[in-house]
Design a binder for this molecule. Structure first.
Ligand code: 7MF
Ligand code: ZN
Length: 859
């Protein structure tokens, strides 16, 4: 096979032709689905005489232009392309292609999931349905006629409104759908199957009624109510906060079992991974309920930020994704705890995105060079992208930001645009200069903000010296200074926030750093204050600021901002882990006093207390001290948990009892965290009792996790009980698989158990949820076994990747992540990991998806 080639952002060229309408007829059959595509072609570039359409895995049946059939010597079929003569200003093109949905294990294009036909077209899956201008700047009006067996597929769905339906010969039937809004091909969707249907309706602010329909597997109706209620909340919120209203008469959501991603925002017809919609309290945790609400919101919010206004090219992906993640985060924060949601977002950036910046796949939120687009649906594009939007929100304020949004929507509705068009609208509407800010779109890497303080008691002056520096990344050697909004607060020794005067002006707490360095001079400061810097994580940077433990404890108690208090707690805990790693003992009395006070304070939000007491993840800690021994780090983290658990045993017991009494989601979060501390201290009776008395999945899973993490004697009995109860429910079995895969056992016996699980009736290597629950959780969530010095964990992952390469390359490319970051590990491990990567590199049929990641990591 020829080596895959990269595409470059700067090579963008407008399409010489547009397609204004597309009439699709899809005659569904398992192995021989016929797709007839009639396009209205319009020439947009004088002199263009050939039309090049892209297509993959298609059998071409016939071609005609303006009703005249073309013979095979009148067109060219090249690798992935169909080139047609088109020396005319407009034409009707009719293509017939044949596809094989039942053998489509890649789950891109049209495929069969259990008994359901469904599609996934983002980013470049539409080209597996027909030859087309499969690029987001080609916007067409779609009409879709679906034909299928009526008994097996009573529901035939596509984008827009249903305009016709009826019976056909041979037990078949049809439905025709018209989508009035021009859209790019990646938003096309088609579903055919048999479902339980949940229905509701929503009246928009302007008084239009929208029919809401949720299609789920037969028997799953009871698990759909939360998603439908979430959808109505999302629709209302977008009207209130963003003044954006839904635009069609119907909004459909379909849950499917085989899906590569979480969900997809197809116009009027969202397709969801069933694990991201279905929930009841018996089978889903509180965290999953929250996640469903946010994903339902995310896909709904795309209707404006993504669908009505879309991306010009795929390098602009963050235009819709960064913005829509920002919007779903705000939705969750307005409806629930703002501090806890902010903390969750910060953890993703520090634990996952910083690692991506430090690894071989580093890229700016607007990438410059792509081999396989599917590899760029990353935490950088999504979550760092959302941080970039959030910084604009910080700089412009809510009012300025909303003015910018209004201008963006008014100016670009119905268009395919660039990230720069968005920034331009924000800048014009608010009058805030974003010239320098734009660098966030083109520069990769994590800036380090180094701060030194200086206090002059005599002059009553306090100074902060700020310096920014971005280390080189794999993709970019040279870095420039960025525009960093730095939110800060100075606390007095008694814990009061100081009224600040900066350079003679009243200071509101937000400083814009635009230079490589700057000094902030605060006057009238009589005693050395304690600085709380980068409050709310006001910029996605690493902060380097030497503070004593006493100062951090001061912040943890007195900072006015809850995220800042959490951040101080995390700093204390991270230091204590590193002290333990060095073989020293942290001052457990001081820790116990500080955290004991938090545990005892029943006025605090229990979910926030849980966040404060959660030790930074191993990946977050690795990002703080790259190159350290990951297994030793994991052990040190464990040791500190045990130390805290025994030092605070009495306080934890009291808090646990309070949580039992309160019995709501925030208290369940804290209760499960406390149970894990107890398990690590060997309190096995308590764990078993919670398992046996559990009245919802949150409590059950909390107990199961505690038992497994603490390797308690009861763990096997509990796991077996769980398996017997849920063996016929694959979504719940995913929790079982993940618990097993993340158990901190020795690698050899663990891999035996994992291999046995792979032949469990509920396991299916063709289902991405199962693969992620078992193989992904092992590689990503079990540092002890995965990184075992023998290399057995790496070799197991490699075996699975070789299988998945031929089944579902996108799924393979997702779970390879822990392997390609090998350069952050110790020498011995690097050797073992490199060997595995070389073995993959030598595969004859290595997919583009894996090739891009493996080749980058080895170079
Ligand atoms: C919330 O972005 C945040 C991110 C692409 C598929 C959903 O709407 C999407 C799709 C991937 C990774 C993450 C998310 C999505 C996709 C996602 C979902 C909910 N356009 Br790949
Ligand atoms: Zn999205």
């Amino acid at each position: 096979m020829s080596q895959p080639t990269a595409r470059h952002r700067l090579d963008y060229q407008a399409s010489p032709f547009q397609i204004d309408t597309l009439h699709l007829t899809v005659q569904l059959e398992d192995h021989a689905t016929l797709v007839t595509a009639e396009s209205a072609i319009r020439r947009t570039q004088a002199g263009a005489a050939e039309l090049a359409l892209v297509g993959e895995e298609l059998a071409l049946v016939s071609v005609s232009i303006d009703e005249v059939a073309l013979s095979a010597d009148e067109y060219r079929l090249e690798e992935g392309k169909l080139v047609l003569p088109m020396d005319r200003d407009s034409a009707r093109l009719t293509l017939v292609t044949r596809i094989d949905p039942a053998n489509n294990t890649a789950l891109e294009g049209l495929y069969k999931s259990e008994g359901t036909f469904c599609t996934q077209c983002e980013a470049e899956g539409f080209r597996r349905i027909t030859y087309f201008l499969d690029r987001p700047d080609v916007l067409a009006r779609y009409t879709t006629r679906i034909e299928a067996d009526k008994a097996a597929y009573p529901y035939l769905l596509a984008n827009g409104n249903k305009v016709d339906s009826g019976d056909l010969d041979g037990g078949r039937h049809f439905a025709t759908w018209v989508d009035p809004f021009p859209k790019p091909s990646y938003l096309f969707a088609l579903v055919a199957g048999d479902f339980d249907l949940l229905e509701d309706s929503f009246t928009t602010a302007s008084g239009r009624d929208v029919a809401l329909q949720l299609f789920v597997d037969k028997g799953q109706k009871g698990r759909g109510h939360h998603a439908l209620a979430s959808l109505k909340r999302a629709m209302k919120w977008d009207e209130e906060r963003f003044n954006l209203e839904y635009d069609l008469d119907i909004y459909m959501v379909v849950a499917v079992d085989f899906f590569n991603m979480g969900a997809m925002e197809n116009k009027g017809l969202n397709v969801f991974n069933s694990k991201c919609v279905l929930a009841d309290s018996d089978s889903a945790t509180d965290a999953e309920f929250d996640r469903i609400e946010s994903i339902i919101g995310h896909e709904y919010f795309h209707n404006w930020t993504g669908n009505r206004i879309t991306c010009r090219d795929w390098f602009q992906l963050s235009l819709k994704e960064g913005l829509t993640v920002f919007r779903d985060q705000e939705f969750s924060s307005d409806l629930g705890s703002r501090a806890v949601h902010r903390i969750e977002a910060v953890k993703v950036i520090r634990g996952i995105q910083f690692a991506e910046d430090a690894g071989p796949m580093a890229h700016p939120i607007r990438p410059d060079k792509v081999i396989e687009m599917n590899n760029f649906y990353t935490v950088t594009v999504y979550d760092k992208g959302a941080e970039i939007i959030r910084m604009m929100h910080t700089l412009l304020g809510e009012q300025g930001f909303q003015k910018g949004m209004a201008l963006y929507v008014e100016r670009h509705d119905g268009q395919a645009v660039t990230c720069d068009d968005f920034v331009q609208a924000m800048e014009e509407a608010s009058g805030v200069d974003l010239t320098l800010f734009r660098r966030w779109y083109s520069q990769s890497g994590t800036p380090v903000l180094t701060v030194e303080e200086e206090f002059d008691a005599e002059a009553a002056q306090y100074k902060l010296h700020l310096r920014q520096h971005t280390p080189a990344t794999a993709d970019q050697a040279q870095k420039q200074p960025l525009h960093l909004p730095v939110r800060l607060e100075l606390l007095s020794t008694s814990g009061q926030a100081l009224e600040l005067t900066l350079d003679g002006q009243p200071f509101d707490g937000l400083y814009s750093l635009t230079e490589p360095q700057a000094t902030l001079t605060f006057d009238g400061v009589n005693a050395k204050p304690v600085a709380s810097l980068l409050q709310e994580f006001s910029a996605p940077v690493k902060l380097s600021f030497a503070q004593s433990e006493a100062e951090q404890i001061h912040l943890m108690s007195y900072a006015n901002n809850a995220v800042a208090r959490w951040d101080a707690a995390q700093g204390i805990l991270a230091n204590a882990v590193f002290v333990t790693l060095e073989g020293d003992t942290p001052d457990s009395d001081a820790l116990a006093r500080a955290f004991g006070q938090i545990l005892a304070d029943d006025r605090l939000d229990a979910a926030l207390v849980a966040q404060m007491l959660t030790l930074p993840s191993v990946s977050t800690l690795m990002e703080m001290h790259s190159g350290c021994d990951v297994v030793a780090l994991h052990q040190a983290r464990r040791q500190l948990q045990t130390t805290l658990g025994s030092a605070l045993a009495a306080e934890m017991e009291l808090a646990y009892q309070r949580c039992v009494a309160a019995n709501d989601a925030p208290h369940r979060a804290l209760k499960n965290l406390l149970l894990e501390f107890k398990a690590l201290c060997g309190e096995s009776e308590r764990v078993l009792a919670q398992y046996e008395q559990a009245s919802n999945m949150t409590e059950t899973l909390g107990a199961l996790r505690a038992a497994n993490q603490g390797l308690l004697p009861q763990r096997r009995q509990m796991m077996t009980d769980f398996e017997v109860k849920w063996r016929h429910d694959p979504l719940v079995m995913d929790k079982y698989f993940s618990q097993l895969a993340t158990t901190p056992m020795e690698v050899v016996p663990l891999l035996e158990e994992i291999n046995r699980a792979m032949s469990h009736a509920a396991f299916d290597i063709g289902n991405p949820n199962r693969v992620r629950a078992l193989v992904g959780a092992f590689a990503d969530g079990n540092p002890k076994a995965f990184h075992d010095a023998s290399g057995a964990g790496y070799r197991f992952l490699t075996e699975q990747l070789i299988k998945l390469n031929g089944i579902n390359p996108q799924c393979a490319a997702r779970i390879i992540t822990p392997l390609i970051g090998f350069k952050q590990h110790t020498g011995e491990r690097q050797q073992q990991m490199r060997q595995c990567l070389e073995q993959l590199m030598a595969l004859e049929d290595l997919s583009k998806d894996l090739y891009e990641k493996v080749s980058k990591s080895l170079s």
